[in-house]
Design a protein around this ligand. Sequence first.
Ligand code: PXL
Length: 274
Amino acid sequence: MSENQLHASPAVTLTIAGSEATGGAGAQVDLKTFQELGVYGIAALTCIVSFDPKDSWQHRFVPVDQQVIADQLEAIQSCYALGTVKLGMLGTPATIDTVAAALKSQAWDNVVLDPVLICKGQEPGAALDTDQALKANILPLATFVTPNHFEAESLSGTSIDSLEDLKEAARIIHRQSGAVVLAKGGVRIDGPDAVDVFFDGETLEVLTAPKVGEVAVSGAGCTLAAAITAELAKGATPLEAARAAKQFVTEGIRNRVSSNAPFDAVWQGGGRTS
Ligand code: PXL
Protein backbone atom coordinates (compact mmCIF):
# COMPACT_ATOMS: atom_id res chain seq x y z
CA MET A 1 0.00 0.00 0.00
CA SER A 2 1.40 3.44 -0.84
CA GLU A 3 1.90 5.97 1.99
CA ASN A 4 -0.99 8.24 1.06
CA GLN A 5 -3.47 5.37 0.64
CA LEU A 6 -6.00 5.38 3.45
CA HIS A 7 -8.04 2.29 2.57
CA ALA A 8 -7.07 -1.32 2.06
CA SER A 9 -7.20 -2.23 -1.64
CA PRO A 10 -10.49 -3.75 -2.80
CA ALA A 11 -10.45 -7.27 -4.21
CA VAL A 12 -10.07 -7.03 -8.00
CA THR A 13 -12.90 -9.08 -9.50
CA LEU A 14 -13.34 -10.00 -13.16
CA THR A 15 -16.48 -10.69 -15.14
CA ILE A 16 -16.28 -12.31 -18.57
CA ALA A 17 -19.71 -11.55 -19.98
CA GLY A 18 -21.79 -9.99 -22.72
CA SER A 19 -23.00 -6.41 -22.94
CA GLU A 20 -26.76 -5.95 -22.78
CA ALA A 21 -27.13 -2.38 -23.91
CA THR A 22 -30.08 -1.36 -21.74
CA GLY A 23 -28.16 -2.20 -18.57
CA GLY A 24 -30.58 -4.86 -17.37
CA ALA A 25 -28.31 -7.89 -17.77
CA GLY A 26 -24.76 -8.97 -18.50
CA ALA A 27 -21.54 -7.11 -17.81
CA GLN A 28 -23.32 -3.86 -16.88
CA VAL A 29 -25.18 -5.65 -14.09
CA ASP A 30 -22.02 -7.40 -12.93
CA LEU A 31 -20.05 -4.16 -12.67
CA LYS A 32 -22.88 -2.35 -10.84
CA THR A 33 -23.16 -5.24 -8.40
CA PHE A 34 -19.39 -5.40 -7.84
CA GLN A 35 -19.25 -1.66 -7.12
CA GLU A 36 -22.23 -1.82 -4.77
CA LEU A 37 -20.60 -4.64 -2.80
CA GLY A 38 -17.21 -2.98 -2.53
CA VAL A 39 -15.01 -4.91 -4.95
CA TYR A 40 -13.06 -3.43 -7.88
CA GLY A 41 -14.88 -4.63 -11.00
CA ILE A 42 -13.30 -5.27 -14.37
CA ALA A 43 -14.90 -6.79 -17.47
CA ALA A 44 -13.96 -8.62 -20.67
CA LEU A 45 -16.82 -8.46 -23.21
CA THR A 46 -17.75 -11.59 -25.14
CA CYS A 47 -20.72 -10.34 -27.17
CA ILE A 48 -23.04 -7.39 -27.67
CA VAL A 49 -26.77 -7.91 -27.18
CA SER A 50 -29.20 -5.21 -28.37
CA PHE A 51 -32.92 -5.78 -27.92
CA ASP A 52 -35.03 -5.04 -31.00
CA PRO A 53 -38.04 -2.91 -30.02
CA LYS A 54 -39.43 -3.34 -33.57
CA ASP A 55 -39.51 -7.14 -33.14
CA SER A 56 -41.00 -7.89 -29.70
CA TRP A 57 -37.75 -6.96 -27.94
CA GLN A 58 -35.99 -10.02 -29.40
CA HIS A 59 -32.28 -10.19 -28.72
CA ARG A 60 -29.91 -9.13 -31.50
CA PHE A 61 -26.69 -11.00 -30.70
CA VAL A 62 -23.24 -10.17 -32.09
CA PRO A 63 -20.18 -12.06 -30.83
CA VAL A 64 -16.99 -10.09 -30.24
CA ASP A 65 -14.10 -11.13 -32.48
CA GLN A 66 -12.08 -13.96 -30.88
CA GLN A 67 -8.80 -12.04 -31.08
CA VAL A 68 -10.43 -9.08 -29.33
CA ILE A 69 -11.68 -11.35 -26.52
CA ALA A 70 -8.20 -12.86 -26.17
CA ASP A 71 -6.64 -9.37 -26.19
CA GLN A 72 -8.94 -8.16 -23.41
CA LEU A 73 -8.09 -11.19 -21.28
CA GLU A 74 -4.37 -10.78 -21.98
CA ALA A 75 -4.51 -7.15 -20.84
CA ILE A 76 -6.51 -8.00 -17.73
CA GLN A 77 -4.49 -11.04 -16.67
CA SER A 78 -1.20 -9.18 -17.24
CA CYS A 79 -2.42 -6.24 -15.19
CA TYR A 80 -3.74 -8.04 -12.11
CA ALA A 81 -3.10 -11.14 -10.04
CA LEU A 82 -6.70 -12.31 -10.05
CA GLY A 83 -8.30 -14.84 -7.73
CA THR A 84 -11.99 -14.54 -8.60
CA VAL A 85 -13.83 -14.54 -11.90
CA LYS A 86 -17.47 -14.64 -12.90
CA LEU A 87 -18.53 -16.12 -16.25
CA GLY A 88 -21.73 -14.83 -17.79
CA MET A 89 -22.92 -15.15 -21.36
CA LEU A 90 -20.19 -16.61 -23.59
CA GLY A 91 -22.48 -17.20 -26.55
CA THR A 92 -20.51 -19.30 -29.06
CA PRO A 93 -18.35 -22.45 -28.99
CA ALA A 94 -15.39 -20.39 -30.28
CA THR A 95 -15.72 -17.94 -27.38
CA ILE A 96 -15.94 -20.85 -24.97
CA ASP A 97 -12.60 -22.16 -26.28
CA THR A 98 -10.95 -18.73 -26.03
CA VAL A 99 -12.22 -18.20 -22.49
CA ALA A 100 -11.35 -21.75 -21.38
CA ALA A 101 -7.75 -21.25 -22.58
CA ALA A 102 -7.43 -18.00 -20.60
CA LEU A 103 -8.94 -19.59 -17.49
CA LYS A 104 -6.54 -22.53 -17.68
CA SER A 105 -3.51 -20.22 -17.93
CA GLN A 106 -3.63 -19.48 -14.19
CA ALA A 107 -4.91 -20.79 -10.85
CA TRP A 108 -8.17 -19.39 -9.42
CA ASP A 109 -9.73 -19.32 -5.96
CA ASN A 110 -13.25 -18.86 -7.33
CA VAL A 111 -14.70 -19.44 -10.80
CA VAL A 112 -18.41 -18.58 -10.62
CA LEU A 113 -20.32 -19.82 -13.65
CA ASP A 114 -23.73 -18.41 -14.50
CA PRO A 115 -24.45 -20.99 -17.22
CA VAL A 116 -26.35 -18.72 -19.61
CA LEU A 117 -27.38 -21.39 -22.11
CA ILE A 118 -29.58 -19.67 -24.60
CA CYS A 119 -30.52 -16.16 -25.42
CA LYS A 120 -33.63 -15.36 -27.47
CA GLY A 121 -32.58 -14.40 -30.97
CA GLN A 122 -29.78 -16.97 -31.20
CA GLU A 123 -30.23 -19.80 -33.66
CA PRO A 124 -31.38 -22.93 -31.79
CA GLY A 125 -28.71 -25.01 -33.59
CA ALA A 126 -25.96 -22.65 -32.51
CA ALA A 127 -27.36 -22.58 -28.99
CA LEU A 128 -27.21 -26.38 -28.78
CA ASP A 129 -23.53 -26.39 -29.78
CA THR A 130 -22.88 -23.68 -27.23
CA ASP A 131 -24.64 -25.66 -24.51
CA GLN A 132 -22.54 -28.73 -25.24
CA ALA A 133 -19.28 -26.76 -25.34
CA LEU A 134 -20.16 -25.04 -22.06
CA LYS A 135 -20.82 -28.38 -20.36
CA ALA A 136 -17.65 -29.98 -21.77
CA ASN A 137 -15.13 -27.14 -21.50
CA ILE A 138 -16.29 -24.62 -18.90
CA LEU A 139 -18.37 -26.49 -16.30
CA PRO A 140 -15.34 -28.59 -15.20
CA LEU A 141 -13.44 -25.35 -14.43
CA ALA A 142 -16.22 -23.87 -12.28
CA THR A 143 -16.05 -23.82 -8.47
CA PHE A 144 -19.59 -22.41 -8.11
CA VAL A 145 -22.44 -22.69 -10.60
CA THR A 146 -25.80 -20.86 -10.57
CA PRO A 147 -28.25 -22.48 -13.02
CA ASN A 148 -31.77 -21.10 -13.34
CA HIS A 149 -34.78 -23.38 -13.69
CA PHE A 150 -34.27 -24.02 -17.40
CA GLU A 151 -30.49 -24.40 -17.11
CA ALA A 152 -30.84 -26.76 -14.14
CA GLU A 153 -33.17 -28.96 -16.21
CA SER A 154 -30.73 -28.94 -19.10
CA LEU A 155 -27.61 -29.62 -16.98
CA SER A 156 -29.22 -32.31 -14.81
CA GLY A 157 -31.30 -33.91 -17.56
CA THR A 158 -34.34 -33.88 -15.26
CA SER A 159 -37.62 -31.99 -15.33
CA ILE A 160 -38.19 -29.67 -12.38
CA ASP A 161 -41.71 -29.03 -11.15
CA SER A 162 -41.27 -28.91 -7.38
CA LEU A 163 -38.80 -28.01 -4.67
CA GLU A 164 -37.89 -31.70 -4.31
CA ASP A 165 -37.07 -31.82 -8.04
CA LEU A 166 -34.89 -28.72 -7.68
CA LYS A 167 -32.99 -30.34 -4.78
CA GLU A 168 -32.38 -33.46 -6.84
CA ALA A 169 -31.17 -31.38 -9.80
CA ALA A 170 -28.74 -29.51 -7.50
CA ARG A 171 -27.33 -32.83 -6.27
CA ILE A 172 -26.91 -34.14 -9.82
CA ILE A 173 -25.19 -30.96 -11.04
CA HIS A 174 -22.83 -31.08 -8.05
CA ARG A 175 -21.98 -34.70 -8.83
CA GLN A 176 -21.30 -33.85 -12.48
CA SER A 177 -19.20 -30.76 -11.88
CA GLY A 178 -17.78 -30.93 -8.35
CA ALA A 179 -18.84 -27.29 -8.03
CA VAL A 180 -20.95 -25.69 -5.32
CA VAL A 181 -24.45 -25.33 -6.80
CA LEU A 182 -27.11 -22.70 -6.29
CA ALA A 183 -30.08 -23.90 -8.37
CA LYS A 184 -32.58 -21.09 -8.78
CA GLY A 185 -36.29 -21.79 -8.77
CA GLY A 186 -37.13 -18.08 -8.89
CA VAL A 187 -40.81 -17.53 -9.69
CA ARG A 188 -41.00 -20.87 -11.58
CA ILE A 189 -41.79 -23.17 -8.64
CA ASP A 190 -45.39 -22.81 -7.39
CA GLY A 191 -45.91 -21.23 -3.98
CA PRO A 192 -45.59 -17.88 -2.25
CA ASP A 193 -41.77 -17.92 -2.05
CA ALA A 194 -38.94 -17.62 -4.57
CA VAL A 195 -36.86 -20.68 -3.64
CA ASP A 196 -33.25 -21.48 -4.50
CA VAL A 197 -31.36 -24.62 -3.48
CA PHE A 198 -27.76 -24.45 -2.25
CA PHE A 199 -25.74 -27.68 -2.28
CA ASP A 200 -21.98 -28.01 -1.72
CA GLY A 201 -21.77 -31.80 -1.43
CA GLU A 202 -22.56 -31.75 2.31
CA THR A 203 -24.87 -28.91 3.19
CA LEU A 204 -28.19 -28.58 1.41
CA GLU A 205 -29.97 -25.33 2.25
CA VAL A 206 -33.15 -23.93 0.76
CA LEU A 207 -32.96 -20.13 0.46
CA THR A 208 -36.35 -18.48 0.36
CA ALA A 209 -37.72 -14.99 -0.01
CA PRO A 210 -41.34 -13.97 -0.59
CA LYS A 211 -41.99 -13.63 -4.33
CA VAL A 212 -42.26 -10.05 -5.57
CA GLY A 213 -44.96 -10.61 -8.21
CA GLU A 214 -45.07 -13.68 -10.43
CA VAL A 215 -43.07 -12.31 -13.34
CA ALA A 216 -39.31 -12.78 -13.71
CA VAL A 217 -37.31 -9.56 -13.66
CA SER A 218 -34.44 -8.93 -16.08
CA GLY A 219 -31.01 -9.29 -14.54
CA ALA A 220 -31.98 -11.18 -11.38
CA GLY A 221 -29.78 -14.16 -12.32
CA CYS A 222 -26.83 -11.98 -13.33
CA THR A 223 -27.17 -9.93 -10.15
CA LEU A 224 -27.34 -13.00 -7.92
CA ALA A 225 -24.26 -14.62 -9.47
CA ALA A 226 -22.35 -11.32 -9.45
CA ALA A 227 -23.19 -10.79 -5.77
CA ILE A 228 -21.98 -14.33 -4.96
CA THR A 229 -18.77 -13.53 -6.86
CA ALA A 230 -18.20 -10.27 -4.97
CA GLU A 231 -18.82 -11.92 -1.59
CA LEU A 232 -16.45 -14.80 -2.41
CA ALA A 233 -13.80 -12.28 -3.55
CA LYS A 234 -14.14 -10.58 -0.14
CA GLY A 235 -13.53 -13.93 1.60
CA ALA A 236 -17.04 -15.20 2.39
CA THR A 237 -17.69 -18.94 2.45
CA PRO A 238 -19.90 -20.22 -0.39
CA LEU A 239 -22.94 -20.52 1.90
CA GLU A 240 -22.44 -17.03 3.35
CA ALA A 241 -22.02 -15.69 -0.19
CA ALA A 242 -25.23 -17.39 -1.37
CA ARG A 243 -27.25 -16.05 1.57
CA ALA A 244 -25.93 -12.50 1.17
CA ALA A 245 -26.52 -12.59 -2.58
CA LYS A 246 -30.12 -13.76 -2.16
CA GLN A 247 -30.80 -10.83 0.15
CA PHE A 248 -29.06 -8.41 -2.24
CA VAL A 249 -31.08 -9.53 -5.26
CA THR A 250 -34.34 -9.52 -3.29
CA GLU A 251 -33.79 -5.85 -2.35
CA GLY A 252 -32.92 -5.13 -5.99
CA ILE A 253 -36.14 -6.76 -7.20
CA ARG A 254 -38.26 -4.93 -4.61
CA ASN A 255 -36.80 -1.64 -5.87
CA ARG A 256 -36.78 -2.54 -9.56
CA VAL A 257 -36.66 -0.12 -12.48
CA SER A 258 -39.40 -0.12 -15.09
CA SER A 259 -38.92 0.87 -18.73
CA ASN A 260 -40.64 0.64 -22.10
CA ALA A 261 -39.45 -2.96 -22.41
CA PRO A 262 -41.95 -5.60 -21.25
CA PHE A 263 -39.79 -6.56 -18.25
CA ASP A 264 -38.51 -4.60 -15.28
CA ALA A 265 -34.82 -4.51 -14.34
CA VAL A 266 -33.17 -5.12 -10.98
CA TRP A 267 -31.83 -2.02 -9.21
CA GLN A 268 -28.50 -3.03 -7.70
CA GLY A 269 -28.69 -0.08 -5.30
CA GLY A 270 -32.04 -1.29 -3.95
CA GLY A 271 -30.63 -2.25 -0.56
CA ARG A 272 -29.03 1.12 0.19
CA THR A 273 -30.19 2.60 3.42
CA SER A 274 -29.47 6.21 2.42
O1 PXL B 1 -29.79 -12.77 -18.29
C1 PXL B 1 -29.01 -13.47 -19.16
C2 PXL B 1 -28.16 -12.58 -20.01
C3 PXL B 1 -26.81 -12.52 -19.77
N1 PXL B 1 -25.98 -11.76 -20.51
C4 PXL B 1 -26.44 -11.00 -21.51
C5 PXL B 1 -27.80 -10.99 -21.81
C6 PXL B 1 -28.69 -11.79 -21.04
C7 PXL B 1 -30.11 -11.76 -21.32
O2 PXL B 1 -30.59 -10.90 -21.98
O3 PXL B 1 -28.24 -10.23 -22.80
C8 PXL B 1 -25.49 -10.16 -22.30
